[in-house]
Design a protein around this ligand. Structure first.
Ligand code: KIV
Length: 270
């Protein structure tokens, strides 16, 4: 089983693999493939819950999906994303919400979209035994402030601010750091500057690991970000399967004899 301690020690070592999952069957496939970390991302808001952004995702939704993923995972580290405003508003609520992910949903760690407001919270959660994965760069929960989902850390001041925050979160006890949609040269500098592993998404090849959203990997969404890579076309395969079912029911091909059974002991019941 991968622990947060194992992961922390992977900085500069073999590349770390991380994928999101939001349900048990997907989690078990990812786990059996030997992927190191399964992130129950709040990307589930867009990816599977039909919201326009991650903002409406609730603690209850995250809790239920995390529990499903954890039940299906034997080896990978399971990380639960903390949804918008479930942390950082009130310390006691933040600790309670994060604690529930470990105590009740069986996650191994939580991820916080990070900023100046999460440094002390990261320290507190870590002290209490709740391991924290930090997340800098594009933080989609700030979409209304950012005005969209564009690249971050693209000028000197923003890059230095991001590097400072990376150091502060490492110092506060974060065991790893996600870097989203930042220039590859900045991600490389951050990776070299801190001792905890960086896991990139749209952050170039020099981070200690890579993460992608599973629905992008499988080709389930109509749209995926330009930095993602599609490894399958499940949307087409699902559309074909659904179309074939409809056609076979309509033309009487399904169910065939092998899909039905007849009991000799049942006579005409009228
Ligand atoms: O919610 C999510 O899936 C994430 C990844 C994109 C890192 O935060």
């Amino acid at each position: 089983m991968v622990s947060t301690r194992d992961l922390r020690e992977r900085a500069g070592d073999d590349p770390i693999t991380m994928l999101t999952a939001y349900d048990a069957p997907t989690a078990s496939i990812i786990d059996e493939a030997g992927v190191d970390v399964i992130l129950v991302g709040d990307s589930m808001g867009n990816a599977v819950l039909g919201y326009d952004s991650t903002l409406p995702v609730t603690v209850e939704e995250m809790h239920s999906r995390t529990a499903a993923v954890a039940r299906a995972t034997d080896d990978a580290l399971v990380v639960a994303d903390m949804p918008f405003l479930s942390y950082g508003v009130d310390d006691a609520d933040s600790i309670d919400n994060a604690g529930r992910m470990l105590k009740e949903a069986d996650a191994d760690a939580v991820k916080l979209e990070s900023g100046p407001h999460t440094v002390e919270l990261t320290r507190r959660l870590t002290e209490l035994g709740i391991p924290v994965m930090a997340h800098l760069g594009l933080t989609p929960q700030h979409v209304n402030q950012l005005g969209g989902y564009q690249r971050q850390g693209t000028d000197q001041e923003a890059a230095e601010h991001l590097l400072d925050l990376a150091r502060e979160h490492e110092d506060a006890g974060a065991f790893s750091l996600v870097l989203e949609h930042v220039p590859a040269n900045l991600a490389q500098q951050v990776t070299e500057a801190i001792d905890i592993p960086t896991i990139g998404i749209g952050a170039g090849p020099e981070t200690d690991g890579q993460v992608l959203v599973i629905t992008d990997v499988l080709g389930l969404d109509e749209w995926s970000p330009p930095f993602s890579k599609q490894y399958a076309d499940l949307r087409s395969e699902m559309a074909d399967a659904v179309g074939a079912f409809k056609q076979e029911v309509e033309n009487g091909e399904f169910p065939a004899d092998e899909h039905s059974h007849v009991e000799d002991d049942v006579d005409d019941v009228y």
